[in-house]
Design a protein around this ligand. Structure first.
Ligand SMILES: [Zn+2]
Length: 478
């Protein structure tokens, strides 16, 4: 049961939950709201529909409104004439998968196939490539970020439940007018045949939309395509940026760390998630006040690994799995003046933590059979100084997801995170690190104090070494 739960945690954290969270909070490669005084972006999902899409196009034409249509590939395939008309009327076409299914329930390959098939259908009908993608229900997974770099993910800032007929056109009008202001991205539906929708719902939507377009005209608000909204927003940000750049620079000179609010929000939600994880899996620590690592006893289930000291770690061996305390990591990361500074701090904290862990294992009889300490790390040189063996993670989905996830984590926590991740892609490969319990005792347990684990000269060496290798270590899941 626990294994199942843990498996689900890994899969959902890596595959769906964390990327979803990040896309929503971070706006990471996702567009959902623009900056504009007198323009909104109407977007329509789930079409084309042979009954409602032509009515919608007529209505938009009457008000000279431009919109973006995220079409379902299989419907577009049946009605290429509608796709062509959408394009000819000056609207923008985007992709909404080939079938209306959530990406959470599809394999990454299948998602990619859906996207490519729909892109081809749009291209065949219009001669244009589609660059905008909205996954059904707005649910993204990490492959939406890594695959198809030419695609811009588009979500929305205003949603009205227009897929339910019982909401009715009056209530819908009210809801939409409430949100009628520059920069908003409206999500509406010109087809009611998808799961959870009502077939006649677009009728109510069209009635409401006509009233809203009338009101927009009165207020001088115009609807534009997502492409134009993104462009306007970039321009507005650019203008604002040059105005505030000077202010930021002076703050920076005074040494005040400038951490944007969205990052702080993201991090606090993340840390909350981590606390929940610690609670569910009953993670232990040696020092509640100043912890660097959390750990728990598990059974090893990977490939055999030959460890320093001669032993071989095999499937079924009891091990202590290490997890970095991300709160501590984050605190160190934001305070560190440079990568090197951070690396040195991490080494010092690890030096302090390992003897504590050795003592902890010794004083807990239920851990007496633990064969090794185990973790996943981004530092590929460095941990061996402590006696760790470093090995590749088995290739496959897990290793790839871990890589992606740790990179993301790193870009949030590390002082020069994003640039670093970009500039040293090759070295940013997570590895498995492991040290036999016996070697841990030998090097770090107090009974061996006549032979200190790391001498001060060794320590300096290590800092030297770390100058050339300042990777941030992070164990997952975080
Ligand atoms: Zn949809």
């Amino acid at each position: 049961m626990e294994t199942l739960l843990l498996g689900m945690f890994y899969i959902f954290s890596l595959y769906a939950f964390i990327p979803g969270l990040i896309s929503r909070l971070f706006g990471f490669r996702v567009f959902k709201k623009g900056i504009s005084d007198h323009e909104i972006a109407l977007t329509f999902d789930d079409g084309p529909d042979p009954v409602y899409t032509p009515q919608l196009l007529d209505l938009l034409k009457r008000y000279d409104a431009k919109a973006t249509f995220f079409v379902v590939g299989s419907s577009a395939e049946k009605h290429p004439e509608l796709i062509k008309r959408i394009h000819d009327d000056g609207h923008l076409l985007g992709i909404h998968n080939y079938k209306h299914k959530t990406n959470w329930l599809m394999r990454p390959k299948t998602v990619t196939k859906h996207v490519s098939m729909t892109a081809k259908i749009i291209h065949d009908a219009t001669g244009q490539d589609a660059h905008y993608y909205r996954p059904p229900w707005g649910i993204v997974n990490l492959f939406d970020f890594t695959k198809r770099k030419d695609l811009q993910l588009v979500l929305w800032s205003a949603i009205f439940k227009d897929w339910r007929a019982r909401v009715g056109s009056d209530k819908l009008t009210k809801r939409m007018i409430k949100k009628l202001r520059g920069g908003e991205v409206f999500l509406l539906h010109d087809c009611g045949t998808t799961l959870g929708a009502n077939a006649n719902a677009p009728h109510e939507m069209l009635t409401a939309l006509e009233r809203v377009l009338e009101e927009a005209k009165r207020r001088g608000i115009q609807s534009i395509t997502i492409r134009d909204m993104i462009q306007r927003t970039a321009q507005a940000k650019n203008d604002a940026h040059s105005a505030s750049a000077e202010k930021k620079y002076s703050q920076h000179k005074r040494g005040v760390p400038v951490l944007p609010r969205y990052k702080r929000v993201l991090v606090s939600v993340w840390l909350l998630w981590e606390r929940l994880f610690h609670f569910i899996f009953n993670l232990q620590t040696t020092n509640n006040e100043d912890s660097m690592f959390f750990f728990r006893r598990i059974t090893y289930s990977g490939q055999p690994v030959a460890m320093n000291g001669g032993g071989i770690l095999v499937k079924g061996d009891p091990i202590l799995e290490l997890h970095f305390d991300n709160k501590k990591l984050f605190q160190l990361g934001t305070k560190a003046k440079s990568s090197m500074h951070l690396a040195i701090q991490l080494i010092r904290s690890t030096q302090k933590a390992l003897p504590e862990i050795a003592e902890y294992i010794k004083s807990h009889p239920e851990l007496s059979d633990v064969k090794a300490l185990y973790g996943v790390s981004m530092i590929n040189r460095g941990p061996e100084q402590f006696g760790f063996t470093i090995a590749d993670l088995p290739k496959g989905f897990f290793a790839r997801s871990t890589k992606f996830y740790l990179r993301l984590l790193m870009s949030v926590i590390h002082p020069s995170g994003r640039e670093r991740v970009r500039s040293r892609q090759e070295e940013m490969v997570p590895k498995l690190i492991v040290i036999p319990t016996e070697l841990l005792y030998e090097r770090f347990a107090k009974s061996d104090s006549h032979c200190p684990p790391v001498t001060s000269s060794k320590q300096e060496n290590q800092e030297e070494q770390e100058k050339s290798d300042t990777g941030l270590k992070a164990s997952m899941p975080c």
